[in-house]
Design a protein around this ligand. Structure first.
Ligand SMILES: Nc1ncnc2c1ncn2[C@@H]1O[C@H](COP(=O)(O)OP(=O)(O)OP(=O)(O)O)[C@@H](O)[C@H]1O
Ligand SMILES: [Mg+2]
Ligand SMILES: [Zn+2]
Length: 249
């Protein structure tokens, strides 16, 4: 913020930074700043404030997104080594922009280990938060089930309903590693509770799995799978693993 030179009572003012500008009533732009009568200074200040609040909101939403440290900076631009990866990332991005969080659709990413599915999930959530300023949440199936199961213990800090709400309320939820060792019927029911709760609220859900779609159907059970596959977009991630270096170049 800069000094303004008040020349006369004309409707304009000469600002050190902006030259001749429309005069506004003396504006106090907060502690530690000089008051100004320059319209552009005031506009710039308002814009900077808006940007600052937006960044604060993104930060807050990303805190609640709960990404593991390795995935915090994940974005779609990482998927450029091959045309297949580029297309997969572009389809995920388009899904987030067109469907994510608004219409209760599902994005399913099946593929073998190491192809970057978790990275894509995180990229979807990051992009969603940055674009929409709304809540996304990422978790693994194992973590979800463990948190739900922990509520059954005597003296548990949170109720089962609270945990369910945590994963039902966000506009977008990414469930990673779905289908692994989903042996018991109790686990299938817990997952159904989450998927059905989201389905009823038109929440959008992203699923990553090492299983094929028929295997996923068997693992989840008919009722869960049926809800997920309604209005589903499937992006198969079947390029070689990044972990062995095969997917680069
Ligand atoms: N687009 C990419 N370009 C380069 N490396 C990547 C890319 N995506 C992921 N990686 C790296 O590849 C490894 C595997 O990624 P990630 O964990 O996302 O795969 P995954 O498909 O989720 O694997 P899994 O099925 O075993 O969970 C990680 O070390 C990650 O940093
Ligand atoms: Mg993974
Ligand atoms: Zn100015």
């Amino acid at each position: 913020m800069t000094d303004t030179i008040i020349t006369d009572e004309s409707p304009t003012i000469v600002c050190v930074a902006h030259g001749e500008q429309p005069r506004v009533l003396t504006a106090w732009l907060g502690v530690g700043r000089k008051p100004t009568q320059c319209g552009r200074c005031v506009e710039e200040f308002k814009e900077a404030e808006k940007q600052r609040r937006r960044e604060e909101r993104v930060e807050e939403l990303k805190d609640r997104l709960n990404l593991p440290a390795r995935l915090c900076v994940a974005d779609f631009d990482q998927f450029v080594a091959t045309e297949k990866q580029r297309q997969a990332a572009a389809r995920c991005k388009a899904w987030v922009e067109e469907v994510g969080g608004r219409e209760g659709g599902t994005l399913i990413l099946p593929g073998p280990p190491g192809t970057g599915k978790s990275t894509l999930l995180a990229a979807c959530c990051n992009h969603y938060i940055e674009q929409e300023l709304r809540q996304a949440r990422m978790t693994t199936q194992r973590e979800l089930i463990a948190r739900l199961r922990a509520t059954w213990r005597k003296g548990a800090e949170e109720s089962e309903q609270q945990v369910l709400d945590d994963f039902i309320r966000p506009e977008l939820v990414a469930l990673d590693d779905v289908g692994v060792s989903l042996g018991g019927e109790a686990e299938q029911v817990q997952l159904l509770d989450v998927v059905d709760g989201r389905y009823k609220r038109f929440g959008s859900t992203i699923i990553a799995t090492n299983l094929t779609l028929p295997e996923l159907r068997d693992a989840l059970g008919e009722r869960t799978y049926d809800r997920l596959q309604q209005d589903a977009t499937v992006v198969i991630c079947d390029w070689p693993s990044f972990r062995t270096g095969g997917a680069r170049g």
